[in-house]
Each structure stands twice: as C-alpha cells, then as structure tokens.
Design a protein around this ligand. Sequence first.
Ligand SMILES: *[C@@H]1O[C@H](CO)[C@@H](O)[C@H](O)[C@H]1NC(C)=O
Ligand SMILES: *[C@@H]1O[C@H](CO)[C@@H](O)[C@H](O)[C@H]1NC(C)=O
Ligand SMILES: *[C@@H]1O[C@H](CO)[C@@H](O)[C@H](O)[C@H]1NC(C)=O
Ligand SMILES: *[C@@H]1O[C@H](CO)[C@@H](O)[C@H](O)[C@H]1NC(C)=O
Length: 315
Amino acid sequence: MAPLIYSGLLSIIITLSALLQPPCAAHINACRSFCGNITIDYPFGLQQGCGHPGFRDLLFCMNDMLMFHISSGSYRVLEIDYAYKALTLHDLHLSTCETIVLGGKGNGFEVEPWRGPYLAPDSDNVFMLIGCSARSPLFQGFPEKHLPCRNVSGMGCEEYYRCPAWSLLGAQRIGSQGSVYGSGPPECCALPFEAVKSINLSRLECEGYSSAYSIAPLRMEGPGDWTYGIRVKYSIQSNSDEFCRACEATGGTCGYGGDGIRQLCMCGSSNSTSNCDSMVSGSTRGGRGRWSLMNILTGVLVICSSVLVKRNNVG
Ligand SMILES: *[C@@H]1O[C@H](CO)[C@@H](O)[C@H](O)[C@H]1NC(C)=O
Ligand SMILES: *[C@@H]1O[C@H](CO)[C@@H](O)[C@H](O)[C@H]1NC(C)=O
Ligand SMILES: *[C@@H]1O[C@H](CO)[C@@H](O)[C@H](O)[C@H]1NC(C)=O
Ligand SMILES: *[C@@H]1O[C@H](CO)[C@@H](O)[C@H](O)[C@H]1NC(C)=O
C-alpha cells in the first residue's frame, strides 16, 4: 500500500514541478535584445510593447543593422550610449570631409511632434547646411539681420571648407546664388539644432548637409578629425524613470500597453500598472503569487510525507 502512495505522491510532485515555471523566469528581462553588436535595452525596444512608449516604433533590426525611423527618414544607428543617453546616427546622404552629396537627398533631422520631448540632436552637434537658396528661411532678413550661422563646439564652415570634398567641387557654384566669397548667402551655414528646431532640406531650400559632433573634450585638429554623423540625445521624464526603476526592482520588465501611451510593468505571465509586488494582492498569476503557491504546496508535501512516514512506522 505504502509504495503505491509514494509513487502517487511522486507523480504529483513531477506534475507540479512541470506546471510551475522555474522561479528565475520572473527575473529574466523579456525585452532586452541585440541587433548586430548593439544592445537594445530600456527605454528602447525592438518588440511591440517593450521599452518606453516615447520610443515606440523607432528602432528596427534589419540584417543585423539597427535602423532608426523618424518622420524625416531612416538612419543607421552606429551606437547607443546608455551612460550619456545618446545615439549616434548615420544618414546615407550625409556629406562628409570626403564627399559632398547634393540634390536635396539627405534626410536632415525632424521628429514627429509627439516625439519632440524625447529626442533632439545634442547641443554639441553641428549641422552644416550646404547650398541653400537665397530665399531660404535661414537668410530671411539677410543682410541687415544677423545670420543664424555660427560655429558649434569649435566646428564650423570656415574649417569645413578645407575638406578635400570642397576642392573636388572646385570653383563650381552650388545653390542658386551661393558663393564663398561673393555677396550672396554663404555656400555653407553651420548651426546647432536649437537654432532651427528642424533640419528639413526642402523647407530650408538647401542642396545638402553635413553633421559632425565632438564627444571628447579635447580640441580637434581639423575637419578631417571630426566625427561625421548625428549625435542625438534621448530623455525620459523622471516619473517614467521612477516607474521603471520600481518595476525592475521587483523583477519586472518595463514596457507599455496597446494604447502606446501607458507604461506597463511586465511580471512574467501578467502585466501590472505599478510593479510586480502589487501582483500579490491583485492577480494570483503574478511572479510573487506563484512563489506563495509553491511555498504552500511544499508545506503540504512535507506534511503528507511525515504522515506517511509515521504510518509506516506504526505498521
Ligand atoms: C560593432 O561592430 C562594428 C563593425 O560591424 C564595429 O565597427 C564597432 O566598433 C562594434 N561596436 C562595438 C561596441 O563593439
Ligand atoms: C503584457 O504587455 C505586453 C506589452 O504590451 C503584451 O505584449 C502582453 O501580451 C501582455 N501580457 C498580458 C498577460 O496581458
Ligand atoms: C519638409 O518640408 C516640406 C516642405 O515644407 C514638407 O512637405 C515635408 O513634409 C517636410 N518634411 C517633414 C519630414 O516634415
Ligand atoms: C568660426 O571659427 C573660425 C576660426 O575658428 C573663425 O574664423 C570664424 O569666423 C568663425 N565663424 C563664425 C560664423 O563665427
């Protein structure tokens, strides 16, 4: 009789352990992933519902290339710097020291209005607009009014003109009236993003653009040493940050709901609007809920075995 009870008990234990996921499952970050060698972590996400809602539908991984998609176009992400909250982007039609791309093909940089609070080029990033028309909004009021063009973090057009790309262009005049030494607007106008709030080549009536940034505090020798690309800072409001910290501290993963607005804390098989600790009293299927269920079952099994042991001793 006793062996039968034991084998029955054993099968119950096996079934229960199969039903109960290992306790560590609740602590696995369900959203962290990679694209090539770039880590995708909060506030970013590749899957729907992962990360912060301000960065939804932003990053896509294609053939191990991380792409960044905003209203002005698609860019390749070269780096995500989580410590400095910055991304480095590359636009296929960005002019560099070696090549100048004309024809208004460049993306520039413009985000959907709702994304504005979350993403903006770094204040140390210089945009150099090339071959802009005299009718460009940049030069309205020219020459009486002050031009918005200026150097940014030691980088500007005077130095950019020394690049080989400009000698390749030669004396060729670009833009409708542009000329380095003439009386019209300059062929290149450097400015920080804040000066215009949107780099839209067709609105600004420019032929092309370049973008460079400096992250090292040391002074760079010349335009050949500049890093070409768009350095974008990302930010999240502190209350969102607190929500995510509390969620992660209780073993959850930060995400957002189907509305694309509300933040969610993913706790294993269920979601919470606060954190995974609140799951104990609420849903019984939470990570903590599963733990208490396991404790109860373990207790029951211990009692059962001791009863059986006693019975065997008596018999
Ligand atoms: C990622 O890979 C690229 C080449 O594919 C390399 O240039 C870059 O330095 C790598 N980045 C890191 C952080 O390893
Ligand atoms: C939890 O939220 C995520 C992201 O919105 C969603 O994909 C998932 O289906 C939700 N899970 C449950 C159990 O509702
Ligand atoms: C850029 O400006 C043009 C002309 O004003 C406009 O049609 C276009 O929608 C703008 N691009 C973006 C991404 O908003
Ligand atoms: C930018 O700096 C260079 C030298 O560093 C200077 O010659 C030039 O006038 C400056 N340009 C502007 C627009 O301030």
